[in-house]
Design a protein around this ligand. Structure first.
Ligand SMILES: NC(=O)c1ccc[n+]([C@@H]2O[C@H](COP(=O)([O-])OP(=O)(O)OC[C@H]3O[C@@H](n4cnc5c(N)ncnc54)[C@H](O)[C@@H]3O)[C@@H](O)[C@H]2O)c1
Ligand SMILES: O=P(O)(O)OC[C@@H](O)[C@@H](O)[C@H](O)[C@H](O)CO
Length: 483
């Protein structure tokens, strides 16, 4: 079979405009839409907008906007692998190549839901974006332009506003997006009445997404193609677990009834507790694990939880150093953590530590540092494992360990910070102190100077010395022996 001959969705009208064509949206939101369509609960399709000039749209188009989605993991307490052909998408638009078609999306009456996943880097304001530009650089700039087109097309009709559901993993994602849209309205002088329409007739809903969607399964793609009988270039794999918490009312639930289709979608008044729980436990555990397990010689999350030493390190980090710092019910947190650990043990998913390591410095700041600081406040001492992870990052970001290169991906300023810091290292303790001080003192990342946390610098220096002189395994033992 040739993927180009695939038939796409039954002819559903476009109901969703989706900014982003990446793995996550295809394995999460588009899965929900496909499921709703199967059960006649939605009868809508997705128009995909490619947020960057380069992306996957040409491949999507060549496959008639369909792709295979594998779900692998524990479902109803049983290990289950299933796959299906997703037909939720109906059209793709690259606004950098066809701005007119992009704007025409605003005229589709049924297209009233906006979803996005433009990574943590996507929700930003850039005053260089201009109204008369064909395709603003930023996602909020593009969205503002689209909203303005809709406002004009429907003469400010209050019933034609959008429901905006961002998936970006940042605090109050919809509030941040709305702030950026408002800033563009001011920058481009789009007027008070448009501003009031955006404010009153559109619903920006903060959301929290949770599903592990590792990247394209390039390692075993040949086996997958053999099983499928066709060469799908956009196979997406995910776990079975899914949770989307949406801060939205009945109107939002009626417009997007994925909960009725068997997806775990909660419509709540406040996403904050769910977000804190997920970011600090699941993402915090990932970010704590990555450098420790990688320098220990492990490549995936599964191998990490199967290794007795790394597993013990991780369990103690979660249960002794992260959970006690959270204010939610301890019992509920422990239940959630147990479920997260089961998800890490998913035998079917190869989640590479290196893929989680992308932009780890900002991830440590948002996902782990709050636990470290709260632990210090509560106990007047530092959480050893979270500090050990920080020390491990110092070595990891050196870009080389035990004669092996490490392909770090992070912002330019972070790469330069580490390069400059390690350049002057001469093997002496004093120069190691300089490396650690330079990193801990980098306020743009930490939003403060971590050298001011009593004892942190010395503990990090000590741990880094152990890693460099004796290896990661010995650091893990040293941390255990301190108990
Ligand atoms: N993969 C997961 O398990 C998972 C789970 C929950 C949340 N997420 C979030 O998804 C993000 C990664 O998405 P993915 O896994 O689909 O990766 P991906 O690389 O497949 O897709 C990334 C998408 O973001 C867009 N993008 C990248 N930089 C951008 C920018 N500066 N401005 C606008 N758009 C930009 C790309 O065009 C692409 O559509 C992470 O930042 C994470 O917070 C991922
Ligand atoms: O996707 P990132 O790069 O923000 O973070 C890596 C993982 O922690 C993350 O993808 C989790 O698997 C996901 O957030 C689970 O819902």
């Amino acid at each position: 079979m040739n993927v180009a001959e695939w038939k796409k969705a039954p002819d559903h009208p476009v109901k969703v405009i989706q900014f982003g064509e990446g793995n996550f949206l295809r394995g999460f939101v588009d899965w929900m839409i496909h499921k709703m369509n199967e059960q006649n609960l939605f009868n809508g399709s997705v128009a995909v907008v490619q947020p960057l000039a380069k992306g996957l749209l040409p491949i999507l188009e060549s496959q008639n906007y369909t792709y295979t989605h594998y779900l692998k993991g524990i479902k109803n307490q049983e290990p289950v692998i299933e796959y299906y052909k997703n037909t939720a998408l109906s059209v793709g638009i690259n606004p950098y190549e066809d701005f007119e078609s992009y704007l025409s999306l605003a005229h589709i009456e049924t297209a009233s839901i906006i979803v996005s996943n433009t990574t943590e880097a996507g929700i930003v304001f850039d005053s260089k974006d201009q109204l008369d530009m064909e395709a603003s650089v930023t996602y909020p700039g593009k969205l503002t332009r689209l909203m303005y087109e809709r406002y004009e097309a429907f003469k400010g009709d209050p019933d034609k506003g959008y429901i905006v559901l961002p998936c970006e993993l940042i605090d109050n994602n919809a509030d941040r997006l709305k702030e950026a849209v408002m800033a563009y309205i001011d920058l481009w002088n789009l007027g008070e009445t448009f501003k009031t329409w955006v404010e009153k007739s559109n619903q920006f809903c903060n959301t929290l997404v949770d599903r592990i969607v590792p990247g394209y399964p390039k390692e075993n793609i040949k086996t997958i193609w053999e099983e499928l009988g066709y060469e799908d270039q956009l196979v997406v794999e995910s776990e079975q677990f899914n949770l989307w918490v949406i801060q939205g009312n009945d109107k939002v639930q009626q417009a997007f009834p994925a909960d009725e289709a068997g997806c775990q979608v909660l419509f709540v008044d406040d996403v904050t507790p769910y977000k804190v729980r997920k970011v600090r436990i699941l993402n915090g555990a990932h970010t704590t694990l990555v450098p420790v397990a990688y320098l220990y010689g492990i490549e995936t999350v599964l191998e990490s939880v199967e290794d007795p030493q790394i597993n013990q390190f991780l369990m103690k980090a979660i249960f002794d150093e992260i959970i006690p710092t959270l204010t939610l019910s301890k019992e509920a947190l422990e239940i959630y953590a147990a479920e997260v650990i089961l998800r890490f043990k998913n035998p079917f998913v190869k989640h590479y530590l290196m893929s989680i390591s992308l932009n780890s410095m900002s991830k440590y700041q948002t996902r782990v540092l709050p636990s470290l600081l709260a632990y210090f406040d509560q106990n007047s001492k530092l959480p050893k494992r979270l500090v050990a992870a920080l020390a491990s990052y110092m070595v990891f970001y050196r870009g080389e360990y035990a004669g092996k290169k490490i392909a770090i991906v992070d912002n330019e300023d972070i790469l330069k910070l580490y390069k400059d810091a390690w350049k002057q290292y001469d093997g002496s303790k004093t120069s190691l102190v300089d490396v650690v001080e330079a990193v801990l003192g980098y306020e743009p990342n930490w939003k403060g100077n971590l050298n001011h946390i009593p004892g942190l610098r010395d503990q990090v220096v000590n741990y880094v010395s152990i890693i460099l002189d004796e290896g990661m395994e010995n650091l893990i033992h040293a941390v255990e022996d301190e108990d």
